[in-house]
Design a protein around this ligand. Structure first.
Ligand SMILES: [Zn+2]
Length: 149
């Protein structure tokens, strides 16, 4: 379903049903998260999934090595790609909603950096080009597939 379809025709704000769905947006194990976890496993990266005590509740962490990864849905976190475009209806509502999510993301990231964590943001759309994403992981983990042979 497109985000626009969630809002309903001509509504000035989302119905209670939609609001409820929006509150539960932070679901576990979304497809992009699972895909990222599979890629990390394949690279031999050890990690934990979502401890609760870190700012922003990162999706994937390694506390000992002090890094964490957020897998961001492009729409909800306001990415600049086509998936992050706002619906034509209720633009003001969506703009405020997404801006508040972005504010939270920025605060969480800087809190984590202050605590000495390295932070990687993976956007949903980056999974469209897994080779490129692998190279990003390579840089982040200083892992070079070329060195394996
Ligand atoms: Zn995107």
């Amino acid at each position: 379903m497109t985000p626009a379809a969630r809002v309903g025709k001509g509504a000035s704000k989302p119905s209670p049903r939609v609001s409820k769905r929006m509150r539960s947006v932070r679901v576990r194990d979304t497809a992009p998260e699972l895909a990222v976890r599979r890629m990390l496993h394949a690279l031999g990266v050890r990690f934990r999934v979502r401890p609760t005590d870190l700012p922003g509740r990162p999706d994937i962490t390694n506390l000992r090595r002090r890094w964490c990864i957020f897998v961001h849905g492009c729409f909800w976190h306001g990415h600049s790609c086509w998936r992050g475009r706002l619906p034509k209806k209720n633009v003001a509502f969506w703009r405020e909603k997404i801006a508040s999510n972005q504010g939270r993301d920025t605060r969480a990231e800087s809190d984590l950096l202050e605590r000495g964590f390295r932070v990687l943001i993976v956007w949903q759309c980056e999974l469209d080009d897994s080779e490129r994403l692998k190279r990003r992981f390579g840089k982040f983990f200083r892992y070079s597939p070329l060195r394996e042979n």
